[in-house]
Each structure stands twice: as C-alpha cells, then as structure tokens.
Design a protein around this ligand. Sequence first.
Ligand code: PGA
Length: 249
Amino acid sequence: MRTIYMLGNWKMNQSLSDINSFSEELAVAWTNMPKIAQCGIAPQAMHLSLLREKLPTDLMVGAQTCSEHLSGAFTGELSPEALSELNMSFTLVGHSERRHLYGETDGQINAKIKTALTKNLRVIFCIGEQLEEREAGNTESVLKTQITNGLKDIKPSTHIVIAYEPVWAIGTGKTATPEMAQETHAYVRSVLKEIGFDADSTSILYGGSVKPDNVEGLLKCKDIDGGLVGGASLKAKDFLALCYAANNA
Ligand code: PGA
C-alpha cells in the first residue's frame, strides 16, 4: 500500500484575507474529512508559520522550494534547517517553474534533496517534460535523466515522493488524460526500480491542471498516488473536494 497525497502548491498567490477565509471555510468541513490521505499546502514562504497556526494540525504545511545550504550568505534563500525548526512537513524540490524560470539544474536539485533530507523534511521531487520534448518523442529520456541526476548518490532506501508534472499541463487547463498519465507514471516507477529504489512503495503524484472534476479519473489509475495542485488548491471548496477524492481513492 502506498500513501496517497493531495498537496496544494499556492505559488505566489493568496493575500492575508484570502488565507483567513480559506482557513475559516476549511476548518468547518475538515473535522468530517476522512483522514486516510496525507493532505497539505505549500504557501509562499512568508506565510508558512501563519498557515501552520491557522490550519488543522493534521493538514501538512510545506515549502515550495528550499536551499541546498543549511545556512550562510545566500540572500533570499530558504534554509531547510529553518523549515524544520518551524515544523514544516515537506518541501517541493525541482518544480518546473524553478527549473525553467530560475534555471535550477539537476545538480542543484540533487544537492537540495540531499540537504532537505538531512533535516528530515519529506521531499516532493518534481519532474516533467516540456511540450517540445513530448512532441519529439523524448518524454522518457527526459524523465530518466531528471530522475537519475536528481537522485544521484542518494541511498535507494530513502523515502522520496515523486511528483510527475508535464510542463505543458501546468496552469494551462490541459491535463494529461488518465491513460497518458498512467503510462508515464508506470515508466517513472520502472526507472525508480532500475536504480534500486523501492519503487512499489514510492508515491508518485500527478500534477498539471488537476481539478475536482478530473481528479477521480486520475486517482483511479494504478500508478497515480495523489496530486500536486496549483490553481484548484486556492479555493477551500475545491481543495476540500480534492482531499475528499484522495481520501476515497
Ligand atoms: P496547476 O499547477 O494545477 O495550476 O496546473 C500545478 C503545479 O504547478 O504544481
């Protein structure tokens, strides 16, 4: 049995008043939520502690990225040590916006994963191909390179969560069909197996325009173990619907 996750990635969104109304609306419904899946939210960095205070304790709060260093002269960076001191549960690493807008390399991503693990943060390692790469038939080789470089020199017994997010499906409203996503997830699992990880117990989440109306079809696929959701996680009503679906998966 693999853990099912439903994680919201708020990116650089949500004002203080949005956060207040989200937490109030969520609190009312949360008590009746079956608690089987691991649900959580990654807000922008300055809202991490506030969210930890406002959200129910069994809803995880985590970061959208972290530094590969624990401390030092790295202006603007986010220390995994500080995240762990603030009781954050997880960190995303290698999100496509970090890779493509901020030039994060596989090497840096590998270093970030290693550093986050030293502080016992759960790592959600994001991978995904761009549209040109899929159209050129290179999806598998791109993903294999991202996985092998990102997990280089990491003990295969380490517990890592993977988030497969085709870049062309992020924020575009275009979701991979469940069949497409399943095929790619099965491939990702085969690569994990090949490099010695316990692939059968590794949760592989799907991300890219996941919404309440397409989540069930995705979660039915045997190799899809949850979702990483941007836009549809911003409204409490939609996030709750996604969490219900994950708990019923
Ligand atoms: P989206 O974003 O759900 O808005 O497509 C997903 C993500 O970037 O993690």
